[in-house]
Design a protein around this ligand. Structure first.
Ligand code: FAD
Ligand code: NAD
Length: 471
């Protein structure tokens, strides 16, 4: 091993949380190194998560729309054919461009990029098994763990990423499966179900709970989303649990039964996607060497300044508490560096948006109705349907609505839930409103350009404290 190099900060894991922390550290003048073992920066999000899935969602939607939604718009198209190889290539091009972009940002901000797997030797020393062979060690005054997460496996179903797949396989299938079963109707399940159903697969989503969308999605919005996705051809089995699966034959067999117990049923398919959640990934880190522990869910335990019980070792992103979202990890990356350099950092966990990139998109921020009821908060509801919005009407894309939840007494916005075209962009306005402590009346009295989808947002706000104009 080469002699240890002294750094102000060593970051283990170059995903969104880690690379943002690294860039911020470089900008603040810290001597920083970031260790990443996958051979590319950007982690799950850029390589096998957010970015490739959004590329496939965008292009499969264009394909689907070209097939089914052009004639009434006055567009006559000839034969429409899928070139899956090219669709995957387009995805790979987007991924490669973005991951290379981070390498450039590392250079620009004096971040040392070390390609290899890091593990603790002691509280200040990280040994790295280099991807190109050999080993090196780094000493860090500070260390940040940002090793991310991995798909939670389903007991008894061995993942081969060809027929029994996680999202890693679902973004890289070489042909469209005839029949696909998706275990888990959370965001990964629904985004991937959308992609493959649009490309021609018969998709059945099996969800244990009584609603789709995973934790956080408002029930009204979830019901609308399910109805619309069902119209697009996705089959749903709710209140249903998967007991086991058998992929030994050509025909994969998935055994399901009612969540409360009852008569079982066998689903046959060619590909099964396991999408039952993700779990923190800290394998091979040598946590035992420094006496760090994880909780019962595998998360690194930290305080409000991201410190583990060894104060100069911090943890951020998917490997610790909070929603497993890229932008949450990014915020933590910046805040953790500010704690190191300025002793002050801040993330508002009450204002982290969530987006499901189906068509239409679903997006929300703040609390949902069930959460407010449980907390005993008195609230008012204001809604506005996109079917009454002029831009949605001109776009012939009118499914969905905006729903505001505001405090009954103070009118302060507590949550916004949107299903509709471009909901993922629109939620930024709601996030800002919540961050600034706005009331629904603040939004209702703010001019929104006409004709835009954002007018539906304004009118839902108006409906919360007064009445909307256009319904
Ligand atoms: P990761 O991105 O997982 O990065 C951790 C990195 O650490 C990895 O690259 C890993 O190789 C590396 N590593 C681990 N151990 C070591 C070690 N010992 N030494 C060196 N390197 C190591 N979130 C959104 O906000 N929006 C989306 O649209 C979205 N879509 C998603 C779609 C899919 C299919 C999936 C799976 C996830 C999606 N997510 C999305 C979630 C998002 O990808 C994660 O929240 C985000 O990547 C977490 O960032 P992270 O930096 O904490 O961890
Ligand atoms: P999830 O927790 O959102 O959903 C998993 C679903 O599987 C739940 O609804 C759960 O009830 C169900 N389930 C669990 N066991 C089951 C069983 N045996 N049978 C039937 N259903 C079962 O997890 P996910 O969809 O895998 O996503 C993982 C993480 O990745 C999430 O934290 C998500 O936020 C993140 N992610 C985000 C985006 C995005 O922001 N657009 C996209 C993809 C992933």
């Amino acid at each position: 091993a080469t002699p240890s190099e002294e750094k102000d900060l060593v970051i283990i894991g170059g995903g969104v949380a880690g690379y943002v922390a690294a860039i911020k550290a470089g900008q603040e003048g810290l001597k920083v190194a970031c260790i990443e073992k996958r051979g590319a920066l950007g982690g799950t999000c850029l390589n096998v998560g957010c970015i490739p899935s959004k590329s496939l969602l965008n292009n499969s939607q264009i394909y689907h729309q070209t097939l089914h939604d052009t004639k009434n718009r006055g567009i006559e198209v000839g034969e429409v054919k899928l070139n899956l190889k090219q669709m995957m290539k387009a995805k790979d091009t987007s991924v490669a461009g973005l991951t290379k972009g981070i390498e450039y940002l590392f250079k620009k901000n004096n971040v040392e990029y070390i390609k290899g797997a890091g593990r603790f030797e002691d509280e200040n020393t990280v040994a790295v098994e280099l991807n190109d062979g050999g080993e090196t060690t780094l000493r860090g005054k500070n260390i940040i763990i940002s090793t991310g997460s991995e798909a939670t496996p389903f007991p008894g179903l061995e993942i081969d990423e060809k027929r029994v797949i996680t999202s890693n396989g679902a973004i890289a299938l070489e042909e469209v499966p005839k029949r696909m079963v998706v275990i888990g109707g959370g965001i990964i399940g629904l985004e991937m179900a959308s992609v493959w159903s649009r490309l021609g697969s018969e998709v059945t989503v099996v969800e244990f709970l009584s609603q789709i969308g995973g934790p956080g999605m408002d029930s009204d919005i979830s019901k609308q989303s399910q109805k619309i996705l069902a119209k697009q051809g996705i089959k749903f089995m709710l209140n249903t649990k998967v007991n086991s699966g058998d992929a030994s034959g050509d025909n994969i067999k998935i055994e399901v039964e009612a969540a409360k117990g009852g008569k079982g049923q066998t689903l046959d398919c060619d590909v099964v996607l396991v999408a039952i959640g993700r779990r923190p990934y800290t394998k091979g880190l040598g946590l035992d060497k420094v006496g760090l522990e994880t909780d019962d869910k595998g998360r690194l335990v930290i305080d409000s300044e991201y410190r583990t019980k060894i104060p100069h070792i911090r943890a951020i992103g998917d490997c610790t508490f909070g929603p497993m979202l890229a932008h949450k990890g990014e915020e933590e990356g910046v805040a953790a560096i500010e704690f190191i350099t300025k002793n002050y950092g801040h993330v508002n966990y009450g204002a982290i948006p969530a987006v499901m990139y189906t068509h239409p998109e679903v997006a929300w921020v703040g609390q949902n109705e069930a959460e407010l009821k449980e907390a005993g908060v008195k609230y008012r509801v204001g809604t506005f349907p996109f079917s009454a919005n002029s831009r949605a009407k001109t776009n012939l894309d009118t499914d969905g609505m905006v729903k505001f939840l505001a405090d009954a007494e103070t009118d302060r916005i507590l949550g916004v839930h949107i299903i509709g075209p471009n909901a993922g962009e629109m939620i930024a306005e709601a996030t800002l409103a919540i961050e600034y402590g706005a009331s629904s009346e603040d939004i209702g009295r703010t001019s929104h350009a006409h004709p835009t989808l954002a007018e539906a947002f304004k009118e839902a706000a108006m409906a919360t404290y007064s009445k909307a104009i256009h319904v």
